[in-house]
Design a protein around this ligand. Structure first.
Ligand SMILES: *[C@@H]1O[C@H](CO)[C@@H](O)[C@H](O)[C@H]1NC(C)=O
Length: 362
């Protein structure tokens, strides 16, 4: 009797799960743009909460300062304020924290940038959470140890930035505005190296921006030189294929109407395409370093391999094509989608790449 009841209950749970899998999720997907958007940008996931962004040290950042970048968005026709941190390299710690009071927010931080010869990383994070997410903080530490300055920010709709619904054009506009601010803050004579570093969805953002820089600049009324290199941490070839291969999709990918309900709405969206492979094929003279672990469960390794193949192919007939380096982290060392910062070899890989691109004639 008891066993019978348990079995019955079990059966009904299984049945309702099946209903959810077979009917509810695909319908939600097909008919709700909001659901799709939430999947892509996941900016409603916001952990850890209640942070004091003004005070980066309370978020476990050493040597960071908070400020805002403000502009009029031509994409969303509204004013946008982005929350930004500037995090200084380890080599500046003594100077900054012992000799001078560098913790107050004022214009002096920009002086430090103006003077610097150190490489500067503009970090564009992936979907969900914000610039203070623990795995991102860990990556900033790696940059600091490499003696890089870090500029990291939240796109619209994330963190403490203006609450506007993110779209691909919107987040690319944000990245461009931060890039423009950064170049404006640096010296123009012997400018230090500027790296655009994207992680996960951020790799598509930096690729879009690098590929469309002249058009984007025109739109924003600016003239900006290209960055010295793109660094793509855990990139995918295009969003449609990434969605198909995402672990969530395994729940439903056996359904006969899977393509129509799940994949087509993504391909058909005007709010995001994130076709990194197409973007990067347009910039054969841009040096690129790709970083990917074979143990990545969120963006499978072979999507990065496909991206690499497409970009490599696009450079074959270009005489002055720039270096394209694809570094693979092997399986079995615990490295996945979010923790390449833990790799012992990462710093060497990045330094070697910078040496390689240094040799290019000015
Ligand atoms: C995404 O990549 C897949 C596999 O390479 C391809 O079949 C598909 O057409 C691509 N989609 C877009 C929008 O480029």
């Amino acid at each position: 009797m008891v066993i019978g009841t348990i079995l019955m209950a079990g059966a009904s749970v299984t049945a309702s799960l099946l209903v959810v899998q077979v009917a509810v999720i695909p319908l939600l997907f097909k008919y709700s743009k909001a659901v799709q958007r939430k999947m892509v940008f996941s900016n409603c996931i916001n952990y850890p909460r209640n942070l004091d962004y003004d005070n980066p040290s309370s978020c476990n950042v050493v040597g960071g300062r908070n400020f805002k970048i403000e502009f009029e968005s031509t994409v969303d026709d509204c004013p946008i304020k982005l929350g930004v941190w500037h995090i200084v390299p380890c080599s500046m710690f003594r100077d900054v924290f012992v000799i001078r009071d560098y913790t107050r927010v004022d214009e002096r931080q920009h002086e430090e940038l103006k003077r610097t010869r150190n490489t500067v990383v503009l970090y564009c994070h992936g979907n969900s959470n914000h610039r203070a997410s623990p795995h991102r903080l860990q990556m900033y530490k790696v940059f600091q140890e490499l003696n890089f300055h870090v500029i990291t920010f939240d796109y619209r709709g994330y963190g403490d930035s203006t609450r506007v619904r993110p779209t691909e054009r919107g987040v690319v506009e944000d990245a461009l505005q931060v890039y423009a601010w950064l170049l404006d803050s640096l010296t123009t004579v012997n400018r230090p190296k500027v790296l655009l570093w994207g992680h996960s969805l951020g790799t598509a953002v930096v690729s879009n921006m690098a590929a469309h820089l002249p058009e984007l600049c025109k739109c924003a009324g600016k003239r900006l030189p290209p960055p010295d290199a793109l660094i793509l941490e855990a990139p995918f070839n295009n969003l449609t294929e990434e969605i198909e291969r995402h672990p969530f999709s395994k729940l439903v990918s056996w359904l006969p109407y899977y393509k129509d309900t799940f994949v087509k709405p993504f391909s058909a969206s005007s709010e995001y395409a994130f076709t990194t492979d197409q973007y990067l094929s347009k910039v054969p003279t841009m040096p690129i370093l790709m970083l990917h672990s074979r143990g990545d469960k969120i963006v499978p390794y072979d999507l990065a391999a496909k991206l690499h193949e497409t970009v490599l192919h696009s450079r074959l007939s270009v005489p002055d094509a720039a270096p394209l380096v694809f570094h693979t982290f092997e399986k079995g060392n615990g490295l996945g989608h979010n923790n390449l910062c833990e790799s012992a070899e990462l710093k060497t890989v990045v330094s070697d790449f910078l040496d390689l691109i240094k040799k290019k004639p000015e």
